[in-house]
Design a protein around this ligand. Structure first.
Ligand code: HEC
Ligand code: HEC
Ligand code: HEC
Length: 427
């Protein structure tokens, strides 16, 4: 073969490759939307209140606020199996926030996961759910956020594995998992169940934790069969009525609005911020969520599950004794039947809580290690024990609570679970 043809062939191949890459790049990058020249006019008090409700239902603050940092200024690291993604600044700061975003740019971000300048956003931002928000709710959220205090805060660089640190690959992900909503097909919200479905599937993005993720980071279907988030189990939402301690609609309203349902326990870990936000929205929204959840329950078994029996102390097997002693020293002051906390609100005790009745010890272990931090929406507080109890002691407590108090078969390998979660909980 002549040298000229060879060079010619190589050039053709290079041009073809460049065309493919260029095409790919063009395909994965949307056009920028021009920045706004002027801020939108200040909204009325009614629009502001309605916007606050949408933003609370959408949990926007939870992800867009880092620890004690300024609200909506971003910088919270979200850990995924592919690395850490940092939330961005959605205050109206003109340089580092959304201060110069128009409503169409904001709408495109929520509906298509595309930033104002055209780059694709990571699905750690749950746009696959927000995509079906109504135009009205999108505008309300925009108007509300544009009135927050602007904060100058550039987002930290993400720490992601190749090839996911290359944003264009997200175009393939979107092909698989994004079903874009449009202005023309807003979900009906006419009945409480329809309103609840909209709140759960769209703003509440409940499936992002409660469905579990597949290897591609897409949500498993069918939805709501239970998932794992930050070392906690997010239980299935379709078996609440068939659970060992069955949930009623009223229990769900109590839990989702107050972070505590007396017959089931408290919202903990990643669920806690969800209930904190739901505490601020009108009760009818939470009632709608509960009504929808009740409508997706699998039929309870024909034999109703017996209420978990509380074993008298004398029936505790000898292996639990170490745990029983620890419990008396560290936990009984709050959790034993005669403790003031138990008497005050007539709490049924740990034996009926999902964390103890679950077949998996993760939520029990996480509760003991992390405790339940104070928040402004309830009086629930439990201190963390990560620094005072070692993994063996956590396992002894688990054996006592699970087999002694709740009369359930012992969990396996609690000490190993505790060691693993302790490590994962490190910042
Ligand atoms: C589960 C966490 C999470 C929640 C909840 C969340 N976001 Fe985000 N959001 C993110 C992350 C992470 C990014 C950055 C993604 C990236 O850089 O690719 C982001 C990016 C954005 C962007 C794009 C900003 C930019 O500069 O490109 C907008 C706009 C936005 N979010 C608005 C919202 C609104 C409005 C809500 C509530 C309705 C919300 N987010 C709720 C995690 C979240
Ligand atoms: C200062 C009081 C206090 C102490 C001490 C305490 N807890 Fe708690 N714990 C709470 C509160 C409050 C809750 C939330 C549930 C409630 O209010 O009924 C809770 C919840 C729990 C739960 C989850 C139940 C649920 O809500 O689903 C477990 C498990 C638990 N505690 C275990 C322990 C163990 C084990 C110890 C001892 C190592 C302990 N607690 C010590 C106050 C306490
Ligand atoms: C960020 C992840 C996350 C999101 C989003 C989330 N949840 Fe949860 N949820 C959890 C985790 C983790 C638990 C277990 C925590 C516990 O037991 O304290 C939980 C517990 C629950 C429970 C109690 C279940 C049981 O069997 O004890 C209900 C009910 C619930 N969530 C409903 C919802 C609804 C409705 C939404 C949407 C509005 C939602 N969750 C959004 C993570 C999440």
């Amino acid at each position: 073969m002549q040298l000229r043809t060879l060079i010619g062939g190589a050039a053709v191949a290079a041009i073809a490759a460049a065309a493919v890459l260029g095409g790919l790049y063009a395909w994965t990058r949307a056009a920028p939307i021009a920045p706004a020249d002027a801020a939108p006019p200040p909204p009325s008090a009614a629009v502001l209140a309605a916007g606050a409700r949408v933003v609370a239902l959408g949990d926007c603050m939870v992800c867009h606020t880092a620890g004690d940092g300024p609200a909506y200024a971003g910088g919270l690291g979200l850990r995924t199996p592919f690395g850490t993604i940092y939330s961005t600044n959605i205050t109206p700061d003109p340089e580092t926030g959304i201060g110069r975003w128009t409503l169409p740019a904001f709408r495109r971000a929520l509906r298509e996961g595309t930033s104002r300048d055209g780059h694709l956003l990571y699905p750690a931002f749950p746009y696959i759910h927000y995509t079906r928000m109504s135009d009205n709710d999108i505008e309300l959220a925009y108007r509300y956020l544009m009135t927050r205090t602007p904060v100058h805060a550039p987002a930290p660089a993400n720490d992601l594995l190749f090839p996911l640190n290359f944003r264009p690959v997200l175009a393939f992900w979107n092909m698989l998992y994004l079903r874009p909503g449009t202005s023309d097909t807003p979900a009906s919200q006419a009945t409480p169940i329809e309103r609840g479905r909209y709140l759960v599937d769209t703003l509440g993005h409940c499936a992002s934790c409660h469905s579990g993720l597949n290897l591609m980071g897409g949500e498993r279907s069918p939805a709501f069969q239970g998932g794992r988030i930050d070392g906690w189990n997010a239980p299935a939402l379709t078996r609440l009525a068939a659970a060992d301690a069955p949930w009623t609609q009223a229990d769900l309203v109590e839990y989702l609005r107050g972070g505590l349902a007396l017959g089931h326990g408290a919202a903990k870990g990643p669920m806690r911020p969800v209930t904190e936000r739901l505490a601020s929205v009108p009760r009818e929204d939470v009632e709608a969520i509960a009504a929808y959840l009740m409508s997706i329950q699998v039929a309870p078994q024909s034999q109703p599950a017996a209420a978990p029996a509380v074993k008298p102390a004398a029936a505790i097997v000898p292996g639990d004794r170490a745990g029983e002693t620890l419990f008396a020293a560290a936990c009984a002051g709050c959790h034993a039947a005669p403790a003031p906390m138990m008497r005050l609100a007539d709490r049924p005790g740990l034996a009926r809580s999902s964390a103890v009745l679950s077949g998996d010890p993760a939520n029990f272990v996480q509760t003991v290690l992390q405790g339940i931090p104070w928040d402004n929406t309830s009086t629930v507080y439990m201190p963390p024990f990560a620094d005072t109890l070692d993994d063996k002691q956590v396992a002894q407590l688990a054996a006592y609570v699970r087999t002694g108090l709740a009369a359930r078969p012992a969990w396996d390998d609690v000490a190993a679970t505790s060691a693993k979660l302790r490590k994962e909980n490190q910042p």
